[in-house]
Design a protein around this ligand. Structure first.
Ligand SMILES: Nc1nc2c(ncn2[C@@H]2O[C@H](COP(=O)(O)OP(=O)(O)OP(=O)(O)O)[C@@H](O)[C@H]2O)c(=O)[nH]1
Length: 309
């Protein structure tokens, strides 16, 4: 077995989503290519302006690491501005782990401060990954790390060289340690993804949370069942299921005579139409799934089925 991926220590399967953030050029792609190598998958060649792109999936015997890109954080001046920022910040809340990558050769910059500001708003564990250590003298590393450590309580700090492969096994080991137990979301070799799904489910979820206020906990999930173009029309048919954990929550989400669900649907539809740039027919269902987060087989289905559209 490759030394990088020696993971004979634990028995339970772990999986999770990992967001890599950092200023341009810090070495994010180099890191991913190094870690995932040939297995890195080009997720989609469709031009997309808004996306939480899966950059690569590393499948081990007992863990799967899904690395995703969070573009709004890298480029705060993106033309989609606020929306992207919101999606990006939401993404940081939803992922299991954040790798904040910096360049050991450069000091703290405005871009880093911007990112750290965003990190203050999330609970997700954050690793500080200090890349390009092959370019600096070890004596310079400590003060640099100190500077960052004073700004944010990083869960783990790992100096690496993505280019030369230094310390990557330590980083992967730490990542695995911090991931929750969970199923293999994607087949080992075949990786497909429709990034709009994620955004659409976020838009619907946002409406549910907004309209129901405190009554519905954040554990509500939205699964996009299908996104299909309707025959002989430009309208896109989106079917989605809102998953709650209790019957009482189902009642709240549906509302009196279905009023609440109708309102959620109306508001979400407008946003989705904006996102997709076409008319949308949105069909929403509400389902009770007790303890859905812990049920591996169901998690595998939620949001990860592979309808083409
Ligand atoms: N010396 C050295 N160079 C590195 C290392 N990692 C990346 N680089 C170089 O840094 C440059 C930028 O690397 P990328 O991986 O493209 O950086 P990125 O963060 O993906 O950049 P963006 O796509 O612009 O966000 C390339 O020339 C890499 O070869 C490293 O560990 N050491």
């Amino acid at each position: 077995m490759n030394k990088l991926f020696d993971d004979t220590q634990s028995t339970d399967h772990k999986s999770g989503f990992i967001s890599i953030i950092g200023r341009p050029n810090v070495g994010k792609s180099t890191f991913l290519n190094r870690v995932i190598g040939q297995k890195i998958a080009i997720m989609s060649d469709k031009p997309q302006t808004t996306r939480n792109k899966i950059q690569g999936v590393l499948t081990l015997d007992d863990a799967q690491m899904i690395f995703i890109d969070t573009p709004g954080i890298h480029k705060p001046k993106h033309k989609l501005g606020d929306f992207m920022m919101k999606v990006a910040t939401n993404t940081l809340k939803e992922v299991d782990l954040i790798l904040f990558m910096i360049n050991a050769q450069e000091g703290l910059g405005r871009g880093d401060e911007f990112i750290i500001e965003k990190l203050q708003t999330v609970q997700t564990p954050v690793f500080l990954v200090v890349n390009k250590i092959d370019q600096v003298h070890p004596d310079e590393l400590l003060p640099l790390i100190e500077t960052y450590r004073n700004l944010y309580p990083f869960a783990v700090i790992v100096p690496i060289s993505a280019l030369e492969g230094n310390n990557l096994e330590t980083l992967l080991g730490q990542i695995k340690e911090h991931l929750p137990e969970g199923p293999q979301f994607y087949p080992a070799d075949q990786v497909t993804d429709h990034p709009e799904r994620f955004i659409i489910s976020e838009l619907i979820r946002e409406k549910v949370l907004h309209l129901t206020r405190e009554e519905i906990p954040h554990s509500v999930a939205v699964v996009i069942d299908s996104i299909k173009k309707m025959e002989n029309s430009e309208t896109i048919n989106v079917m989605a299921t809102i998953i709650v954990e209790r019957d009482s929550q189902k009642g709240i989400v549906i509302g009196k005579q279905g009023k609440m669900l109708k309102e959620v649907g109306k508001r979400a539809r407008l946003d989705i139409e904006n996102l997709l740039g076409s008319k949308v027919f949105l069909e929403l269902w509400v389902k009770v799934q007790k303890d859905w987060r812990n049920k591996m087989s169901q998690l595998r289905d939620y949001g990860f089925n592979e309808d083409e559209y």
